[in-house]
Design a protein around this ligand. Structure first.
Ligand code: PEP
Ligand code: MN
Length: 462
């Protein structure tokens, strides 16, 4: 793609939003949005929002359009979407090393899928904006003390003190700036040659050679190397390998933040959320008549909706009518998270009923959120085997319905944490104590992430 053909660099126009379009961006306010923070001082909030309304966009409308066209390929079965990253990013962990290891992990998984699964991969991070968490309870009690729940770094701090748990509007700005520095690094990695497929070996560096999947990856990397050398000898043009597309995704939970970071695209006059390329609506906030569905129906980014085991045919069709009324390929993805125990019962029925009516939609598997358990020794965890079983159930359900299994949405980190049970290194309940670092949900570690990629590659080539 040359510079001039790339819609991301199209000349800036002067299109304006209509008054109706602008009014439409405020209607969510009348719909009692769920899972929002409660700020004490409206003036403090307003000052922050005013600043956010004026800051530069983090992502650009043209980039979101490119992603939409990539997801259209996913929906059509010609590409596979891979989204991975923390359940909840934290400000403290937005360091170069941690971000790099997460990106490396996603790139390694993508290399495995592309090579072993023979499919182009649309790469996305739950990154550079994944700071707000829905919680099942507003409060948390420890040793007789009750405080507001931790709702993600964009709202409060995890530390269990009244001051830390206060909902602090200043954190909205910190989330913006942390997203900006994270994106800056992502752009450097993916545009500056680090993500070049010719460096497929280097992505494994710095990880533990003792992990079972490390060597398996090395083997694939050697094969990719050989194939690239062969192509090189044939005179192939490798310029396209130097840069890689990597998109930023997060849950659009905090509507004041998303609204303040919505901009009018000067090419078209359409609103885009510029906090990230891809936004999704969580399982808890996908109420059809709710504020989140209303707000996201007004922005033109590609969006996702999580679907748990209670989702019905009617839910799906009405969500499509509302969020994708023009049936635009790649605009909408459904991210199913049924749980290993339910997916084989629920998903085939749902797909049989609606799958063929919405061919423009991409279906993606989140094998994490339906499989959360508490270990005997009190850790919030998941079993790797359940995660893999849900992915297998997802592929089987789509095979049965004749629809497209389009992608994977997972919680992972590049670090060698012990948060999910099982995997090649056989983490057991005692092992969870070793390095359990997540503040919200358990993540696959680097080794488990690679193992997942190998398993999915097999499912893709069955
Ligand atoms: C999440 O993705 O971290 C999450 C909270 O998911 P869900 O809305 O599917 O529960
Ligand atoms: Mn989570």
């Amino acid at each position: 793609m040359s510079f001039h053909d790339d819609p991301r660099y199209e000349a800036v126009g002067s299109a304006q939003a209509t008054p109706e379009t602008l009014a439409g961006l405020e209607t969510w306010r009348d719909l009692a949005p769920q899972q929002q923070p409660t700020y004490q001082d409206p003036a403090e909030l307003e000052a922050v929002l005013q600043e956010l309304r004026a800051v530069p966009p983090l992502v650009f409308a043209g980039e979101a359009d490119v992603l939409r066209s990539r997801i259209a390929e996913v929906a059509a079965g010609r590409a596979f979407m891979l989204a991975g990253g923390d359940c909840a990013e934290t400000f403290a962990d937005a360091t170069a090393d941690k971000i790099r290891r997460r990106v490396q992990t996603v790139l390694q998984m993508a290399a495995v899928l592309t090579y072993a699964g023979s499919v182009p991969v649309v790469k996305m991070g739950r990154m550079a904006g994944q700071f707000a968490k829905p919680r099942s309870s507003d409060t948390e009690t420890r040793d007789g003390v009750t405080l507001p729940s931790y709702r993600g770094d964009i709202i409060n701090n995890h530390e269990f003190t009244p001051e830390a748990r206060r909902h602090d509007p200043g954190r909205l700005l910190q989330a913006y700036h942390t997203s900006a520095s994270t994106l800056n690094l992502l752009r450097a990695f993916t545009q500056g040659g680090f993500a070049d497929l010719r460096r497929v070996h280097e992505w494994n560096r710095g990880f533990l050679g003792s992990n079972p999947n490390y060597h398996r990856y090395e083997q694939i990397a050697r094969e990719i190397d050989r194939a690239l050398k062969f192509m090189d000898a044939c005179g192939a043009d490798f310029e396209a390998l130097g840069t890689v597309e990597f998109f930023a995704a997060h849950e659009a939970l905090l509507l004041e933040y998303e609204r303040a970071l919505t901009r009018i695209d000067s090419r078209t006059g359409n609103p885009y959320a510029v906090s990230g390329h891809y936004l999704w609506i969580g399982e808890r906030t996908r109420d059809l008549d709710g504020a989140h569905v209303d707000f996201l129906s007004k922005v033109h980014n590609p969006i996702g909706v999580k679907l748990g085991p209670s989702a019905t045919k009617d839910d799906v069709l009405r969500l499509v009518d509302k969020l994708d009324p023009e049936r635009t390929p790649g605009r909408l993805s459904f991210i199913t998270r049924m749980g290993a125990g339910q997916i084989r019962e629920k998903l085939p029925a749902l797909l049989a009923e609606v799958g063929h009516e919405v061919p423009q939609v991409a279906w993606v598997c989140d094998p994490m959120h339906g499989n959360t358990i508490t270990s005997g020794n009190g850790f919030k965890t998941r079993r790797f085997e359940d995660v893999v079983e849900e992915v297998a159930g997802f592929f089987d359900a789509h095979a049965e319905a004749g629809t497209v299994p389009g992608g994977l949405h997972i919680e992972l980190t590049g670090d060698d944490v012990t948060e999910v049970l099982g995997g090649g290194a056989q983490i057991d309940e005692e092992g969870l104590r070793r390095r359990y670092e997540t503040l919200v949900d358990p993540r696959l570690n680097h080794d488990q992430s690679l193992e997942m990629a190998f398993q999915v590659a097999e499912l893709l080539t069955r």
